[in-house]
Design a binder for this molecule. Structure first.
Ligand code: ASP
Length: 422
């Protein structure tokens, strides 16, 4: 059943892209409401809305239950410390590699050189840049928005706050040494119920993905893409290289999973990430795919929600490459120190970006400002961001699933070692 759904999702994605292209031939955004193109767009909007809406509905309860249960179970069997350390190490390693790739591609292909900044003057003038987002302002905002009433966090869908609250609840269950068994069982059942609901939502995934991709292609402005074609191609190509070469190599070396098997099993989550441009909305599926890969519910329930929030290789790569692109465009040569600052702030920006469409664009302001580039320059990239977001979100999600598989292997190895020694 899962296998055939996997194929259906893939076919739906291809059909969605083709149908979107067909729709765009008639420029549906500007025609009369009665034409078939705008009618189709309306229906596509409804269909994709149902799919995304259902995923979002499950997201917060799923994150909460899975982290509580993950922490409680892992800590109880003495694995939490290990899982936590390996997870952070993997997140840092893959993001750092992505940042280097981002810088390297911008240098090798000299993106932005030869383009005239005057071309974009109008866009930049019309853009209202938000207030300065310095790293210190970022941290104080971060704390103010994160340590809040959990009910507010639940109702606002504030993923990071929910993650932190869930970590604390999980820890207190363990500290209770059996005192809170009923609560633990409650959350365990809640988690299983949510996963069952994910399975139900998956039945309509092919329709949702078809609608999302058709709408994206039909409403995107490919003309603007033309003027930034070189940058878009280089960034997308490098992101794909990270996803097809770097990450699979790491997975094979440290997780002992063949890339072929990984892509076969992870395809539904990758296609959904591509179509929704949201790591958060894709999270229920990433968790399911990770479990199909052999990752335990405890490990995937802990690593994947955390990764959907913190681990964004595609976003980090994009932000580093985009900062250099803008510097080149303005005829500025960034020194080595400035490039290191770009990397550090891009890492921070990718940590802080929520897993929603175009979130990376907002946190990129911080990266630009860290080396004195104007925030208005974002206006140049905004028209193509939604398209570029597809690939970088897929790679963000791939990184999360991959790290969960590597963590699983190292936890299992430690278990085996202990059993052998016993
Ligand atoms: N859309 C991305 C994600 O959800 C974040 C970004 O804009 O880079 O992972």
């Amino acid at each position: 059943m899962w296998k055939s759904l996997n194929t259906q999702i893939f076919i739906a994605a291809i059909l969605g892209l083709a149908f979107g292209w067909l729709l765009s031939l008639g420029d549906p955004t500007h025609v009369e409401v009665t034409t078939w193109q705008s009618g189709s767009l309306y229906i596509l909007g409804l269909l994709s809305g149902v799919f995304i809406g259902l995923l979002k509905m499950l997201l917060i309860p799923l994150i909460f239950c899975s982290i509580v249960v993950g922490v409680a179970n892992l800590q109880a069997i003495g694995r939490f410390g290990r899982v936590w350390k390996i997870t952070l190490l993997c997140f840092m390693t893959t993001t750092t590699l992505a940042l280097f790739l981002g810088l390297a591609c911008a240098h090798i292909f000299d993106t932005g050189k030869g383009l005239d900044i005057a071309l974009f003057q109008d866009q930049m003038a019309n853009y209202q840049a938000p207030d300065t987002l310095s790293p210190s302002a970022f941290f104080s905002n971060f704390i103010q928005n994160t340590l809040i009433n959990p009910f507010k966090a639940f109702s606002d869908g504030n993923v990071l706050s929910v993650v932190i609250f869930a970590l604390l609840v999980g820890a207190v269950i363990v500290a209770g040494r059996g005192q809170f068994d009923t609560a633990q069982q409650f959350f365990q059942q809640g988690f299983e119920m949510m996963m069952k609901l994910v399975q139900w939502v998956m039945y309509i995934a092919p329709i949702g993905i078809f609608a999302l991709l058709a709408k994206l292609v039909a409403t995107s402005d490919f003309e603007v893409l033309g003027s930034l074609a070189k940058f878009a191609t280089v960034v997308t190509g490098t992101t794909i290289f990270h996803g097809l070469v770097v990450l699979p190599l790491l997975l094979w070396l440290f997780g002992r999973i063949s890339p072929w098997r990984f892509f076969k099993v992870a395809r539904p989550a990758l296609v959904t990430a591509f179509a929704t441009s949201s790591s958060s909305a894709t999270m229920p599926l990433s968790m399911r795919c990770a479990q199909e890969l052999g990752v335990s519910p405890q490990v995937s329930g802990f690593v994947i929600p955390l990764g959907a929030q913190l681990n964004m290789d595609g976003t980090a790569l994009y932000e580093a490459a985009a900062a250099l692109f803008i510097a080149n465009l303005m005829g500025l040569e960034l020194s080595l120190t400035q490039q290191i600052i770009v990397c550090l702030t891009a890492m921070l920006a990718s940590l802080g970006a929520p897993g929603i469409p175009s979130a990376g664009m907002v946190t990129m302001i911080m990266v630009l400002q860290s080396v004195g580039l104007p925030a208005e320059a974002i206006a140049i990239l905004l028209p193509i961001d939604r398209l570029l977001d597809t690939v970088r979100t897929a790679v963000n999600v791939q990184g999360d699933m991959m790290v969960s598989a590597v963590v699983q292997r190292h936890v299992s190895d430690a278990d085996l070692l202990e059993q052998n020694m016993a």
